[in-house]
Write a protein that binds this ligand. Structure first.
Ligand code: GAP
Length: 488
């Protein structure tokens, strides 16, 4: 039996069966690349979000919060370059007319054809490097067309592919028309990234919140992208949450601040979320976009995908964002340093991560099939345990009456009431106590409190620890102090 999650299909089934993440619109046959978070998934997501917010604006003096609108003036997306350049290269199956990301079809072809011929007079150095690295991400459509033709890449249904072409990822909408039909003139967009709302509020924050460069604005919110590939569970979805920090600096501070945020963010993953350092790696971008001074992804080694992949981007963006919005809006988006008498457009260092990917990372990292017996019966010999750090656990304490006898139920409800204002608790009286322990292990609950017949005599309960499975007897009157120490 594998001790870790080994595939996305396994992950997806587990997440659904345990109430963490559900595929969207299942009763209508599903809706691609959108997922809904169930009770435990939502609670876990909120716990991660709260820890990020705490690190950003509670534990620092130089970062303020923001909650900007999902809709913004359409010019925002022209200024940002998204209308012109935010695209994936797609190819269409000539027969079924289904569309696929060209880079992914080629990468899949390379994975299943280890003997492909890399020497080809039509391949230039860029193509050869991309083929060697099996990374087509930044290759232009014309070059992808050459690769597809020369290697004979087909669609997943085995059909010929049409010419690759760019497909914009912004999700269009329209607002404010009396006509319900879609009108290109009134087009507006669901935000493709949350940081644009930060750039648009730079002046408001500067003028009204008494901040001084260097300072940051951080926000969490939904972003939308018309992603084509829908086979990576919540790793790549069309609607997702981003947690983005934009840190405004003097240009001279760029290198120092970039290094500082790299360190801050990796420390957050290891010290706050408890991810092993060995499971995280920085991956520098191969090619920097023209305005960027540095760009690296924080990658995590996903057991369920068998590879390191991106969870966060840390980018030194120069003055591009504020300069573009200044140009398109006609407003001054600069900064005057009164002490130095210097006026300049601040540069930005960005740390941008996907909350859904972090939920996925955390489950992937702490999910374990643990051998606990040697009877030969797999079901008995293994338990699935989500060894989440206590601060991440969706349910902190489960309250389990040993039987459905009224006296025990009443006592259990009394204990729950006593704890639920401090902790997220759950009451469960269904199935055998062994099954209920396993259920709580699987969703990562650190402690189970069992109310048994003796409780009625001695006013004490049994507390079971998720990780050690050790049990101890604690007086009901001491429970509050007991947990306050355990969760401190
Ligand atoms: N403002 C910069 C920005 O948006 P990005 O690399 O496109 O940069 C940042 O996105 C992070 O957002 C990624 O590292 C990833 O964690 C998350 N992300 C991006 N696209 C996503 C998608 N389709 N589904 C889920 N998460 C996504």
């Amino acid at each position: 039996m594998d001790t870790k999650l080994t595939s996305l299909d396994q992950f997806k089934s587990w997440a659904k069966e345990n109430g963490f993440i559900f595929p969207s619109s299942e009763i209508y046959g599903g809706f691609q690349a959108v997922y809904d978070f169930g009770h435990y998934g939502y609670l876990l997501k909120e716990n991660i979000k709260n820890l990020w917010q705490k690190a950003m604006w509670q534990e620092r003096d130089d970062v303020v919060s923001l909650d900007s609108g999902i809709f913004m003036h359409p010019k925002t997306w022209e200024a940002s370059g998204h209308v012109g350049g935010f695209s994936d290269v797609l190819v269409e199956d000539k027969k079924t007319h289904k569309r696929y990301r060209a880079d992914h079809l080629i990468e899949e072809f390379l994975d299943s054809n280890s003997e492909f011929e890399i020497q080809n007079s039509k391949f230039d150095e860029e193509i050869v490097t991309a083929l060697e690295k099996k990374d087509m991400d930044k290759i232009a459509p014309e070059k992808l067309a050459i690769i597809i033709q020369e290697l004979g890449v087909k669609s997943p249904d085995g059909n010929d592919l049409a010419e690759p072409r760019n497909f914009n990822l912004l999700v269009k909408s329209n607002l404010g028309t009396t006509d319900a039909t879609f009108n290109e003139e009134n087009v507006t967009y669901l935000r493709g990234e949350t940081c644009q709302g930060i750039y648009l509020n730079y002046k408001n924050v500067l003028d009204n919140l008494r901040v001084k460069v260097p300072f940051g604005i951080a926000q969490v919110g939904k972003a939308f992208r018309n992603e084509i590939v829908a086979r990576q569970f919540v790793f790549r979805t069309r609607e997702f949450e981003q947690m983005e920090l934009q840190y405004f600096i003097h240009p001279d501070m760029n290198d120092e601040v970039y290094a500082m945020w790299k360190e801050e963010r990796i420390n957050w993953y290891t010290n706050v979320l408890g991810i092993d350092k060995a499971s995280l790696k920085f991956r520098p971008h191969e090619k920097l976009i023209f305005y960027a001074k540095a760009a690296e992804d924080v990658t995590y080694n996903f057991n369920s995908m068998g590879k390191f992949d991106e969870i966060e981007g840390i980018h030194a963006r120069s003055d591009y964002d504020l300069s573009q919005h200044a140009k398109f809006s006609g407003q001054k988006l600069d900064y005057f340093d009164q002490e130095k008498g210097e006026r300049y457009t601040p540069w930005i260092v960005e740390a941008s991560c996907g909350l859904n990917r972090l939920v996925m990372m955390v489950i992937d990292h702490f999910w374990e099939n643990e051998k606990i017996d040697d009877s030969g019966d797999e079901k008995r010999d293994y338990r699935t345990v989500l060894r989440l750090p206590k601060n991440l656990a969706p349910i902190k304490v489960a309250i389990l009456p040993l039987s459905k006898k009224e006296d025990l139920q009443n006592k259990a409800h009394e204990v729950k009431k006593m704890l639920q204002s401090d902790y997220m608790t759950e009451y469960d009286e269904t199935a055998s106590i062994g099954k209920r322990y396993r259920r709580q292990d699987e969703i990562g609950t650190p402690y189970c409190v069992t109310i048994d017949f003796e409780t009625l005599e001695d006013n004490a309960v049994t507390i079971r620890d998720r990780d050690s499975m050790q049990q101890e007897r604690v007086k009901v009157d001491e429970l509050k102090d007991y947990f306050s120490e355990k969760f401190s």
